[in-house]
Design a protein around this ligand. Structure first.
Ligand SMILES: Cc1cc2nc3c(=O)[nH]c(=O)nc-3n(C[C@H](O)[C@H](O)[C@H](O)COP(=O)(O)OP(=O)(O)OC[C@H]3O[C@@H](n4cnc5c(N)ncnc54)[C@H](O)[C@@H]3O)c2cc1C
Length: 381
């Protein structure tokens, strides 16, 4: 006999966690099973987002996940430094694990299957490796990134080190991009989050055509950068890495029936940043607003169509970035972007671009580095 649930969420990462929280916030009495192959939910991440990325309703139910909040952030380029006074926040895997445990264990009809890998996923049925069967009115497959991008993408790739320092660092706000560093392997920048007075998360990030991650070199680069700023590292607390596709082709497609492939695997991410939290939160709101039997209906379709309209424009931006600009010139594109209005920057990250934002992004002289020769060499018509 299969255990019966309203929702079976497969993959205990960001997307499933947000759906569980959104259902909880709606006061839903629906039964929810969450299946995660690892012993812990949420993997090894720090997820950040801009306050403007999510609705005010979602801000309230995401709040328990947030470990750090800042009132703004900085960017640095040769010839441009700017402080953007818009909220920024961070979530950690540890916090997500704890909060989702609490939510599901307090919920009648909530079940957590951990260290339990799904073997097969059907429209209404999930078989686990250990032979357990689960049935759901809705099955949501959120097992994280699938098998790649067929080469039709650039990549945001990074290694991040969380560092305990021997002295206070005096970094008051996150530095989202410090692109004054040497430009190698595409657009390169350092990303710094001040987590506490003596703790920093520093990531060495590249927007590159090449998915190879040279971990050792990146680690060394981060430690050199920290030392060059006069800071002494006491301990490396944690390390994380990412290889996020930034596609320039393809189309987002929503199936007409279950399982709903959600999160990164389902294409619910921002092609222009590789980030998924804003879209995952919006999808969670849609799921929580529908009865499980009515999920594949108008609200989901409207959301999916709106997402594809935004995503296709960002794929076009990626096409320009990765195929019209030689790697070492790409930073000019971002320098120009950060000269735009705060509202346009905010709506870009939120993936809620308006026609006026698209105009601002595309009109005027192309940023320095635009190269018809590079473009032709990469086979662009
Ligand atoms: C290091 C890193 C940092 C990132 N930072 C940000 C950020 O700051 N902001 C942002 O918006 N985005 C960020 N992203 C991008 C994106 O938001 C994350 O990848 C996000 O975790 C994707 O959510 P998801 O739920 O689709 O997949 P995941 O969070 O990866 O969750 C998938 C889960 O499914 C589980 N699973 C896989 N197979 C099975 C199976 N057969 N059975 C059961 N469980 C299974 C996995 O163990 C995993 O826990 C980051 C990505 C990485 C890698």
């Amino acid at each position: 006999m299969a255990a019966q649930f309203d929702y079976v969420l497969v993959g205990g990462g960001l997307q499933s966690a947000l759906i569980a929280l959104a259902l909880h916030a709606e006061g839903s009495s629906a039964s929810v099973a969450l299946v995660e192959k690892s012993a812990r939910l949420g993997g090894n991440h720090t997820w950040c987002f801009h306050a403007g990325d999510i609705s005010s309703a979602a801000s309230a139910w995401i709040a328990p996940l947030i470990c750090n909040r800042w009132p703004g952030y900085r960017v640095r380029f040769h010839g441009r430094e700017r402080c953007i006074e818009r909220g920024y926040a961070a979530i950690t895997s540890e916090r997500l694990d704890r909060v989702i445990h609490d939510v599901l264990s307090a919920k009648e009809g909530g079940r957590l299957f951990q260290s339990a890998a799904a073997k097969s996923i059907g429209p209404n049925r999930v078989e686990l490796e250990d032979g357990t069967s689960l049935e759901g009115k809705v099955v949501i497959d959120a097992r994280g990134p699938g098998s790649g991008s067929n080469g039709r993408a650039g990549y945001q790739k990074f290694v991040g080190l969380e560092l305990d320092l021997a002295q206070p660092h005096r970094v008051d706000l996150p530095i989202l991009m410090d692109a004054t560093v040497e430009q190698t392997d595409g657009f390169r920048f350092l990303y710094t989050l001040p987590l506490s007075p003596q703790r920093l998360l520093v990531e060495d990030t590249y927007f590159s055509n090449d998915p190879e991650l040279e971990r050792e070199a990146l680690r060394a680069g981060i430690l050199d950068h920290v030392a060059a700023n006069g800071l002494q590292v006491k301990r490396i607390v944690r390390e994380e890495e990412g290889l996020l596709p930034m596609p320039w082709a393809g189309e987002f497609q929503l199936p007409h029936t279950g399982p709903l492939v959600a999160g990164y695997r389902g294409g619910f991410f921002h092609p222009g940043t590789g980030y998924s939290l804003p879209v995952a939160a919006r999808l969670a709101e849609v799921v929580a607003s529908c009865a499980p039997e009515e999920l594949f209906g108008k609200a989901l379709w409207d959301f999916a169509r709106a997402h594809e309209r935004q995503a296709s424009f960002c794929r076009f931006l990626n096409s320009m970035l990765f195929r019209w600009y030689p790697p070492h010139e790409r930073w000019h594109v971002f320098k120009r972007f950060y000269g735009l209005s705060v509202e346009t920057i905010e709506r870009f990250y939120a993936l809620r671009l308006r026609p006026i934002d698209r105009g601002r992004l595309l009109m005027g002289r192309p940023p320095r580095g635009f190269s018809p020769r590079y473009r032709l060499a990469r086979g662009v018509q």
